[in-house]
Design a protein around this ligand. Structure first.
Ligand SMILES: Cc1cc2nc3c(=O)[nH]c(=O)nc-3n(C[C@H](O)[C@H](O)[C@H](O)COP(=O)(O)O)c2cc1C
Length: 172
Protein backbone atom coordinates (compact mmCIF):
# COMPACT_ATOMS: atom_id res chain seq x y z
CA UNK A 1 0.00 0.00 0.00
CA UNK A 2 1.40 3.43 -0.88
CA UNK A 3 1.69 5.99 1.86
CA UNK A 4 -1.08 8.08 0.32
CA UNK A 5 -3.38 5.06 0.16
CA UNK A 6 -2.64 4.34 3.81
CA UNK A 7 -3.25 7.94 4.86
CA UNK A 8 -6.59 8.01 3.05
CA UNK A 9 -7.54 4.56 4.29
CA UNK A 10 -7.29 5.63 7.95
CA UNK A 11 -10.55 6.75 9.46
CA UNK A 12 -12.05 6.85 12.90
CA UNK A 13 -13.53 3.52 13.93
CA UNK A 14 -16.17 3.47 16.65
CA UNK A 15 -17.26 -0.16 16.65
CA UNK A 16 -14.92 -3.05 17.37
CA UNK A 17 -14.87 -6.85 17.30
CA UNK A 18 -14.05 -8.66 20.51
CA UNK A 19 -10.85 -10.18 19.06
CA UNK A 20 -7.74 -9.48 21.09
CA UNK A 21 -4.73 -7.67 19.62
CA UNK A 22 -1.52 -9.75 19.59
CA UNK A 23 1.30 -8.33 21.71
CA UNK A 24 3.66 -8.20 18.69
CA UNK A 25 1.25 -5.83 16.99
CA UNK A 26 0.93 -3.63 20.05
CA UNK A 27 4.73 -3.46 20.08
CA UNK A 28 4.75 -2.43 16.43
CA UNK A 29 2.29 0.37 17.19
CA UNK A 30 4.62 1.62 19.91
CA UNK A 31 7.61 1.33 17.56
CA UNK A 32 5.78 3.49 15.04
CA UNK A 33 4.82 6.00 17.72
CA UNK A 34 8.32 6.35 19.15
CA UNK A 35 9.85 6.95 15.72
CA UNK A 36 8.03 10.30 15.49
CA UNK A 37 9.97 13.58 15.46
CA UNK A 38 10.13 15.68 18.62
CA UNK A 39 11.59 19.05 19.53
CA UNK A 40 15.23 18.55 20.50
CA UNK A 41 14.54 14.80 20.28
CA UNK A 42 13.30 14.92 23.88
CA UNK A 43 10.54 12.40 23.07
CA UNK A 44 8.23 13.73 25.79
CA UNK A 45 5.60 11.02 25.45
CA UNK A 46 4.32 8.17 27.53
CA UNK A 47 1.91 5.44 26.50
CA UNK A 48 -0.44 3.60 28.85
CA UNK A 49 -1.66 0.40 27.22
CA UNK A 50 -4.81 -0.74 28.96
CA UNK A 51 -6.78 -3.95 28.85
CA UNK A 52 -8.16 -3.74 32.37
CA UNK A 53 -11.97 -3.63 32.09
CA UNK A 54 -12.57 -1.42 35.13
CA UNK A 55 -9.97 1.08 33.98
CA UNK A 56 -11.44 1.18 30.46
CA UNK A 57 -14.85 1.85 32.02
CA UNK A 58 -13.31 4.67 34.04
CA UNK A 59 -11.76 6.15 30.91
CA UNK A 60 -15.08 5.90 29.09
CA UNK A 61 -16.79 7.77 31.93
CA UNK A 62 -14.01 10.38 31.90
CA UNK A 63 -14.60 10.71 28.14
CA UNK A 64 -18.16 11.86 28.77
CA UNK A 65 -19.59 8.38 28.30
CA UNK A 66 -18.45 7.78 24.73
CA UNK A 67 -19.71 4.26 25.11
CA UNK A 68 -18.29 2.95 21.85
CA UNK A 69 -14.90 3.00 23.58
CA UNK A 70 -15.93 0.02 25.70
CA UNK A 71 -16.12 -2.29 22.68
CA UNK A 72 -12.38 -1.87 22.04
CA UNK A 73 -10.16 -4.61 23.53
CA UNK A 74 -7.35 -2.11 24.18
CA UNK A 75 -7.15 1.55 25.05
CA UNK A 76 -3.92 3.48 24.66
CA UNK A 77 -3.70 6.73 26.58
CA UNK A 78 -1.01 8.95 25.12
CA UNK A 79 0.44 11.50 27.51
CA UNK A 80 2.81 14.43 27.11
CA UNK A 81 5.56 14.66 29.71
CA UNK A 82 5.52 18.38 30.36
CA UNK A 83 8.61 18.39 32.56
CA UNK A 84 10.79 16.80 29.85
CA UNK A 85 9.88 19.56 27.40
CA UNK A 86 10.05 22.38 29.95
CA UNK A 87 13.63 21.66 31.02
CA UNK A 88 15.06 23.01 27.77
CA UNK A 89 12.20 24.95 26.22
CA UNK A 90 10.30 26.45 29.16
CA UNK A 91 6.73 27.55 28.54
CA UNK A 92 6.98 26.93 24.77
CA UNK A 93 8.06 23.38 25.54
CA UNK A 94 5.17 22.81 27.93
CA UNK A 95 2.42 24.53 25.96
CA UNK A 96 3.42 23.74 22.40
CA UNK A 97 6.26 21.31 21.75
CA UNK A 98 5.15 18.60 24.17
CA UNK A 99 1.69 18.57 22.60
CA UNK A 100 2.98 18.73 19.02
CA UNK A 101 5.49 15.93 19.66
CA UNK A 102 2.83 13.75 21.21
CA UNK A 103 0.41 14.43 18.36
CA UNK A 104 3.05 13.32 15.85
CA UNK A 105 3.50 10.08 17.79
CA UNK A 106 -0.27 9.56 17.89
CA UNK A 107 -0.61 9.97 14.13
CA UNK A 108 2.21 7.46 13.50
CA UNK A 109 0.43 5.02 15.80
CA UNK A 110 -2.90 5.50 14.02
CA UNK A 111 -1.36 4.95 10.59
CA UNK A 112 0.52 1.86 11.72
CA UNK A 113 -2.72 0.47 13.18
CA UNK A 114 -4.48 1.08 9.87
CA UNK A 115 -1.72 -0.77 8.04
CA UNK A 116 -2.23 -3.72 10.43
CA UNK A 117 -5.97 -3.84 9.72
CA UNK A 118 -6.81 -2.33 13.10
CA UNK A 119 -9.30 0.44 13.77
CA UNK A 120 -8.64 3.40 16.04
CA UNK A 121 -10.30 6.59 17.15
CA UNK A 122 -8.34 9.57 18.45
CA UNK A 123 -10.48 10.66 21.41
CA UNK A 124 -9.65 14.08 22.76
CA UNK A 125 -12.90 14.88 24.51
CA UNK A 126 -12.36 13.87 28.12
CA UNK A 127 -12.05 15.32 31.60
CA UNK A 128 -8.30 15.64 32.05
CA UNK A 129 -8.47 15.62 35.83
CA UNK A 130 -10.42 12.37 35.85
CA UNK A 131 -8.00 10.67 33.46
CA UNK A 132 -5.00 11.97 35.43
CA UNK A 133 -6.50 10.57 38.61
CA UNK A 134 -7.27 7.20 37.06
CA UNK A 135 -3.68 6.83 35.83
CA UNK A 136 -2.08 8.57 38.79
CA UNK A 137 -0.36 11.06 36.50
CA UNK A 138 2.00 13.67 37.98
CA UNK A 139 3.90 15.65 35.34
CA UNK A 140 2.15 14.06 32.37
CA UNK A 141 -0.80 15.60 30.53
CA UNK A 142 -3.17 13.13 28.87
CA UNK A 143 -3.51 14.14 25.21
CA UNK A 144 -5.54 11.34 23.68
CA UNK A 145 -7.36 8.16 24.55
CA UNK A 146 -7.18 5.77 21.61
CA UNK A 147 -9.54 2.78 21.64
CA UNK A 148 -8.04 0.13 19.35
CA UNK A 149 -9.40 -3.10 17.94
CA UNK A 150 -10.41 -4.91 14.79
CA UNK A 151 -13.20 -2.89 13.13
CA UNK A 152 -16.71 -4.30 13.20
CA UNK A 153 -17.66 -1.99 10.35
CA UNK A 154 -15.92 0.76 8.45
CA UNK A 155 -17.71 4.02 7.85
CA UNK A 156 -17.16 6.14 4.75
CA UNK A 157 -14.23 8.51 4.73
CA UNK A 158 -15.19 11.90 6.10
CA UNK A 159 -14.88 14.66 3.48
CA UNK A 160 -11.81 16.88 3.41
CA UNK A 161 -11.36 20.51 2.38
CA UNK A 162 -9.77 20.88 -1.03
CA UNK A 163 -6.08 21.60 -1.63
CA UNK A 164 -7.09 24.94 -3.18
CA UNK A 165 -8.95 25.94 -0.03
CA UNK A 166 -6.20 25.05 2.42
CA UNK A 167 -3.06 26.04 0.49
CA UNK A 168 -1.27 29.19 -0.60
CA UNK A 169 1.57 28.67 -3.06
CA UNK A 170 4.20 31.41 -2.95
CA UNK A 171 6.87 32.08 -5.58
CA UNK A 172 5.83 29.33 -8.00
C1 LIG B 1 -7.70 16.17 18.56
C2 LIG B 1 -8.83 15.23 18.17
C3 LIG B 1 -9.82 14.95 19.09
C4 LIG B 1 -10.85 14.06 18.74
N1 LIG B 1 -11.75 13.68 19.70
C5 LIG B 1 -12.69 12.77 19.40
C6 LIG B 1 -13.54 12.28 20.42
O1 LIG B 1 -13.45 12.63 21.58
N2 LIG B 1 -14.47 11.35 20.07
C7 LIG B 1 -14.59 10.87 18.78
O2 LIG B 1 -15.45 10.03 18.54
N3 LIG B 1 -13.77 11.32 17.80
C8 LIG B 1 -12.82 12.24 18.08
N4 LIG B 1 -11.94 12.64 17.11
C9 LIG B 1 -12.05 12.08 15.74
C10 LIG B 1 -12.57 13.09 14.74
O3 LIG B 1 -13.94 13.29 14.95
C11 LIG B 1 -12.26 12.57 13.32
O4 LIG B 1 -10.87 12.42 13.16
C12 LIG B 1 -12.76 13.52 12.24
O5 LIG B 1 -14.17 13.62 12.26
C13 LIG B 1 -12.35 13.05 10.85
O6 LIG B 1 -12.81 11.73 10.61
P1 LIG B 1 -11.80 10.52 10.32
O7 LIG B 1 -10.90 10.36 11.53
O8 LIG B 1 -12.70 9.34 10.14
O9 LIG B 1 -11.01 10.85 9.11
C14 LIG B 1 -10.91 13.51 17.44
C15 LIG B 1 -9.90 13.81 16.52
C16 LIG B 1 -8.86 14.63 16.89
C17 LIG B 1 -7.73 14.88 15.89
Amino acid sequence: MSFLDLAWKRRSVRSFKEDDIPMEIINELLEAARSAPSAGNYQPWHFYIIKDKALKEGLCTAAYQQNFMLSAPVHIVVCADLVKSAVRYGVRGTNLYAIQDTAAAIQNLLLCATEKGLGTCWCGAFDEQKVSKLLNLKSERPVAIIPIGYPRNLSAKMPRRSIEEISTFIGF
